[in-house]
Write a protein that binds this ligand. Structure first.
Ligand SMILES: Nc1ncnc2c1ncn2[C@@H]1O[C@H](COP(=O)(O)OP(=O)(O)O)[C@@H](O)[C@H]1O
Ligand SMILES: [Mg+2]
Length: 366
């Protein structure tokens, strides 16, 4: 994070709850910022995730009526499903301050101490990508979460001593796309753990229609449903497709988003009827053609398509697994028969050929 200025990246007091001051860990978040108005502000505007909403509204209500801080909250789920949004909503519903940072932005313990020293009673403190915390910072966070104290070393060498500074009772909201990479001591310190699911078609079409009305775009019901189908179960993708369709409707049509505009637009963007994009198909094709259907390790697969392992694992794979196109096994990724069908490749033929080749190779070896 070159040129990172911590003071710029934490919001001190955010009555407007704008996106200003948020550490942006990935490029796609910048798109959210362009249309910051699309981010739901209250639990009622937040579509889907019924279970999470029901639980959270009870916990928020209880904490509010007792005038206590909410228990620490851990949010797990693929990118773009609403983790950051829900963290902001939690602070807003509680009527408390909201501070935000991202684990990669916390380089030294003093970075975390700097933020903790500015929080007030019941503040919601959001740490994004919490699986990327450095061990020394994680240690400091344990004490802050559990004892509401900050261990601080004063002086150097033999004269160094540790002082414990008391902290206000705050709520830590941690978000991650990779729950498996978070240490169990850290997870165990969260009182509330919630997992996000992909959104269904109805929820996504509601999100698209809500966004369209905020952006003052006219959209047909069937067009919204088709876009919902192609949104990978993800609100961020749904909003992105909506913005692109608005462009197509404006330039190629009369400004209204109709099924005709969406059908043509999706084709131009190379998005198929399941929402698979160019790279999704590249991933499946690579497993099938370069690695005989798998198993292939994530790193090898990422190199073969020219993407980072993080992008492969965080963005592409969860949806491909959800679609039933990829299986994750201990030996690597496997393309399923369904993936062959989707790409129009004959599974039987390819695999007979594969087995034939294996037998041939074995014969050569013996
Ligand atoms: N439940 C939801 N209802 C409506 N819009 C949502 C919902 N969840 C997410 N969004 C939209 O999707 C965008 C991405 O959400 P975000 O909270 O940044 O995802 P994450 O932090 O999980 O990557 C937000 O800008 C918001 O507009
Ligand atoms: Mg986020």
């Amino acid at each position: 994070m070159a040129g990172f200025d911590m003071n710029k990246n934490i919001s001190t007091n955010t009555p407007s709850f704008g996106d200003d001051g948020i550490v942006r860990a990935n490029i796609s978040m910048s798109e959210d910022n362009i249309d910051g108005g699309l981010r739901p502000q209250l639990l009622n505007d937040f579509q889907g995730q019924q279970q999470i909403k029901e639980n959270l509204s009870v916990f928020i209500e209880a904490a509010r009526s007792r005038n206590e801080s909410l228990d620490h909250l851990f949010l797990i789920g693929p990118p773009g499903l609403g983790k950051t949004t829900l963290a902001q909503i939690t602070a807003r519903e509680l009527g408390v301050d909201f501070k935000v940072t991202s684990a990669p932005a916390l380089d030294k313990p003093k970075d975390l101490a700097g933020i903790l020293s500015t929080i007030t009673e019941r503040t919601v403190f959001f740490i994004d990508e919490i699986h990327r915390l450095k061990p020394a910072i994680e240690e400091m966070l344990y004490i802050a979460m559990e004892d509401y104290e900050l261990d601080w070393i004063i002086g150097q060498g033999a004269a160094a001593r540790t002082v414990r500074i008391p902290l206000p009772h705050f709520t830590l909201v941690g978000a991650t796309t990779k729950a498996g990479m978070v240490s169990s001591p850290l997870i165990s310190r969260f009182g509330i753990v919630q997992r996000f699911n992909f959104y269904n078609k109805k929820e996504l079409s509601d999100i698209i229609k809500r966004s369209a009305s905020i952006l003052d775009i006219s959209i047909d019901d069937d067009a919204a449903l088709l876009m919902a189908d192609c949104s990978r179960g993800t609100p961020r993708v749904a909003n992105r497709i909506l913005r692109r369709m608005r462009d197509f409707a404006q330039v190629l049509g009369d400004g209204n988003i109709t099924i005709k505009v969406v059908t043509a637009g999706l084709k131009k963007l190379e998005i198929d009827q399941l929402g698979l994009e160019h790279y999704d198909r590249e991933i499946l094709l690579s497993i099938i053609q370069n690695f005989s259907g798998g198993p292939v390790g994530a790193e090898t697969l990422a190199i073969s398509i020219g993407e980072s392992v993080d992008t492969l694992e965080d963005y592409y794979e969860p949806y491909l697994i959800q679609c039933g196109f990829i299986q994750r096994t201990s030996r690597g990724r496997i393309a399923t028969e369904k993936a062959y069908q989707h790409l129009g490749i004959n599974f039987q033929q390819t695999n007979t050929l594969k087995n034939g080749q294996t037998n041939e190779n074995q014969r050569l070896l013996f």
